[in-house]
Design a protein around this ligand. Structure first.
Ligand SMILES: C[S@@+](CC[C@H](N)C(=O)[O-])C[C@H]1O[C@@H](n2cnc3c(N)ncnc32)[C@H](O)[C@@H]1O
Length: 442
């Protein structure tokens, strides 16, 4: 960014306006509307700069404009010569005026026409009475501060009021009614509140695979309680001042035991917080979302679940593997390779049946046991299979082969990133999808 944007308070301050003509008259009119006291002159004289806060020139002889620029800069007075970037110490933006709201647009002097085009677009999307709405909020500012000392509560109230009934009325020009609706909303907001928890699926990694609902809730949350699998990219979309609590979970590296996570969620909600429990993928697919929802229900805390794109879907997409296919798989099973008491507790007889796809989460460490169980149940070890790493995230990778070959190659291939095992004829039907770096082919 070449120029630092700032809004100057010029009310009651003297501004030198040098020149005579349409361009400088337009600047003079704007300065007057900002409350500046104009000192107008057709020609330059250094004494004109005494006591001025700002200087603007146009429509004057070249030597006068140059002298104004040099002398003002020598004295440290901000100076602008219209359409002469090389003589300016500040530039003036294109503006959209919805007093007291001002939108300023700059292209850093590179393409003023583009700035004007952007301004036209913004003009069309900002309601003409937006200024009245801002003024209404301004009149309530002190009262809101007193009524809602907590910053998060204030923000939540304003988010709702400025998008709700008071706003509709103000934008329709019904100012007295808008004022009353705003006051009522504030009274309601002062009442003590119970918090709520949203179990939100963050998807497999890429921020643009979040749902719109997840995005909105991230923008409204007071606290985000998140896992290892939630990407930094997705977390970045949360409100800047939201508290972030990491509760971990890598295999065998449970940062907080599940019972403590449940208790934490209950505690935060009981303190009146709006909590987003952000989980990789979907909260209800191997995400222990069910346990958290049950604990919240037991404590009487309102809870809502927001689905996310689960790893199997993202991995299938990135690796070009359709999880179902009319010719190859009429069903798909999501299974876990996680062991209880060291045993892979899966119904291998069911999983080894033909015409289906098997997607195994947390299946890398137990891949030899999966291979053994499936083959003993009758599945051909040459069945197409793949391991997909970081599907739907940054730089996904895949190892394509057969159940036997990926089992043999996995230890030398895998990294520490999350990976999913896919077994079934569909792997052989994959299309040439660009998202993936294929390591080996069957
Ligand atoms: C505890 S489970 C959580 C699954 C998550 N709730 C979901 O719906 O995707 C974690 C396992 O999901 C799989 N996984 C999660 N994200 C992945 C990704 N981006 N690519 C591949 N596998 C992933 C891995 O097998 C990882 O060990």
């Amino acid at each position: 960014m070449r120029h630092f944007p700032a809004f100057l308070d010029l009310s009651g301050r003297t501004v030198l306006v040098l020149g005579e003509g349409a361009a400088i008259d337009a600047k003079a009119a704007l300065l007057t509307s900002a409350g500046a006291v104009l000192r107008r002159a057709p020609r330059f004289d250094p004494a004109l700069l005494d006591g001025v806060a700002l200087a603007i020139g146009a429509d004057a002889p070249e030597e006068d404009l140059r002298a104004l620029s040099a002398e003002a800069q020598r004295r440290g007075i901000p100076v602008n010569i219209v359409d002469r970037a090389e003589l300016c110490s500040f530039i003036t933006p294109a503006i959209v005026d919805r007093d007291p709201i001002t939108v300023a647009i700059s292209t850093g002097g590179a393409a003023p026409t583009l700035a004007r085009m952007i301004r036209q677009r913004i003009e069309t999307v900002l309601p003409p009475r937006l200024g009245a709405l801002a003024a209404l909020a301004g009149r309530f500012q002190a009262r809101i501060r007193r009524a809602l000392p907590d910053l998060a509560a204030r923000r939540r109230f304003l988010d709702a009021a400025l998008a709700g009934r008071p706003a509709d009325l103000a934008l329709a020009g019904r100012e007295a009614e808008a004022e009353a609706a705003f006051a009522q909303a504030l009274e309601r907001a002062e009442a003590p509140r119970t918090g709520s928890v949203f179990l939100v699926g963050a998807g497999p990694g890429a921020a643009d695979l979040l749902t719109l609902r997840a995005l909105r809730l991230l923008g409204e949350a007071d606290v985000i309680v998140h896992d290892r699998l939630v990407s930094a990219e997705a977390l970045d979309l949360a409100r800047r001042d939201a508290e972030r609590i990491y509760v971990g979970k890598a295999r065998a590296d449970h940062c907080l035991p599940q019972e403590e996570i449940n208790a934490l969620l209950v505690r935060l909600a009981q303190a009146g917080k709006r909590v987003v429990r952000l989980k990789g993928g979907d909260p209800f697919i191997f995400g222990r979302g069910g346990e958290e929802a049950a604990a919240l229900a037991e404590a009487g805390i309102p809870c809502e679940v927001v689905p996310g794109v689960t790893a199997a879907l993202a991995c299938g997409a990135d690796a070009g593997i359709p999880l179902t296919h009319r010719d190859a798989a009429r069903m798909v099973t999501f299974a876990t390779g996680h062991t209880r008491d060291g045993r892979l507790d899966l119904d291998f007889a069911a999983l080894a049946r033909p015409a289906q796809t098997l997607a195994v989460y947390m299946g890398l460490a137990t891949l030899p046991a999966l291979h053994q169980g499936l083959v003993q149940a009758g599945l051909d070890p040459s069945t197409p299979a793949a391991i997909v790493e970081n599907g739907g995230g940054a730089q996904p990778r895949a190892l394509y082969g057969t159940l036997a070959s990926i089992t043999a190659e996995a230890p030398g291939w895998a990294s520490r990133r999350p990976a999913l095992v896919i077994v079934g004829e569909v792997v052989a039907l994959r299309s040439g999808v660009e998202a993936i770096a294929a390591h080996a082919m069957a």
